[in-house]
Design a protein around this ligand. Structure first.
Ligand SMILES: [Zn+2]
Length: 354
């Protein structure tokens, strides 16, 4: 796997030679008052050529766990790359980040606007700039996300596993769960992969937070990927197991009420197992929702008040053999310090007051 680019290597119009690290700002738009809106980037280049990879966060402006993960690489000791180029973008959707919102000011979802066009709408132009200025200069990408508003995700990688390089990155990252698929139309990772820059995403935790456990898993995952690409000397830490799933399904509220959960993100569940009890506001039990399949709890609502049809719990479906195997590996891993962050998380992610 060799570098796609040869010098001169320019980002945001600035030439950055091998062996140098530089902070640059990529102009993506303008404010009403005509000031430039710029994405902050750190470009780190090793002395030796090699792969070029971007790490992006907050394409959804309220998903700041990824910003925290990248931030961890920005302060303290410089990342000591053996070869290649690392481009860190702690905040992509600067508009949304400023207002703690997922979307752009025109309510468009930037992560459904790729690849964009030069003369399109606001979102389309920003997407186009990111494709030409970032994706086209890189060989690989990792895009960091969290669950949407009032939900949390057990850390999982999403990638198109039919793409060998995306698969390699997904397996290297070190999450216990990989959800296989190309991603929604217009999403950054789908269009970047299609353009020849295999890109995976991390979905982990809640919006509006930098969660320490997610930070630990995210930073380790990035180190794992850089290590597998030969860019960093770092011990490769493996998860207790790696479940590759294609099917996930949401359990939805049938009546309005207050939820009491019986499971947490990362829990193994069996077909028919009670997931949540829905009580009326006056405390009368209204329904007990059960798991429609064997699986792992991938995502959950963090808001216990629901209306009919609202999503409550996202289950990644497993066969009974997989369930049995992963349960056993999880039990073994409890004594393995390398797998500690994830096993601890799987037993501590109680997000809703029971
Ligand atoms: Zn997102």
């Amino acid at each position: 796997m060799s570098a796609k680019r040869t010098p001169p290597f320019k980002v945001a119009g600035e030439r950055i030679p091998l062996g140098q690290s530089r902070d640059v700002r990529l102009t993506i738009s303008e404010t009403y008052t005509g000031d430039k809106v710029r994405v902050p980037l750190r470009v780190i280049r090793a002395r030796k050529p090699g792969p070029c990879i971007f790490i992006t966060a907050a394409i959804h402006g309220d998903e700041v766990n990824g910003t925290g993960i990248i931030h961890d690489f920005l302060f303290g000791d410089a990342v000591n790359l053996k070869c290649g180029t690392l481009i860190l973008a702690p905040v992509v959707n600067v508009f949304g980040f400023e207002s703690h919102e997922r979307y752009l000011p025109d309510r468009r979802d930037l992560n459904r606007s790729f690849p964009g066009t030069k003369r399109g709408g606001l979102a389309s132009r920003i997407a186009y700039t990111l494709m030409t200025e970032l994706v086209d200069k890189c060989d690989f990408g990792i895009d960091l996300h969290t669950a949407a508003f009032q939900r949390t995700n057990f850390p999982n990688i999403r990638a198109d596993l039919t793409n060998p390089d995306a698969r390699r990155l997904a397996e290297a990252f070190g999450c216990m769960m990989v959800v296989d698929g190309k991603g929604p139309l217009g999403s950054f990772r789908r269009e970047a992969t299609k353009r020849g820059c295999p890109t995976i995403i991390l979905e982990a935790g809640e919006p509006w937070k930098i969660e320490p456990s997610i930070l630990q898993i995210g930073t380790q995952g990035i180190r794992n990927v850089l290590s597998v690409l030969g860019m960093l000397d770092a011990p490769l830490l493996r998860p207790p197991f790696l479940a590759k799933v294609r099917k996930t399904q949401w359990i939805r509220a049938t009546v309005g009420g207050i939820l009491k959960f019986h499971v947490s993100p990362g829990d193994f569940v069996e077909d028919g197992q009670a997931i949540v009890t829905n009580y009326s506001i006056m405390g009368v039990e209204q329904s007990v929702l059960t798991s429609p399949a064997n699986g792992i709890i991938l995502g959950m609502a963090t808001m216990p008040a629901v209306k009919p049809g609202e999503p409550i719990c996202n289950i990644a479906t497993l066969t009974s053999k997989q369930l049995q195997r992963y349960r056993m590996k999880m039990a073994q891993a409890k004594t393995d310090p390398h797998a500690q962050a994830q096993t601890d998380l799987a037993t501590s992610m109680d997000v809703v007051v029971a």
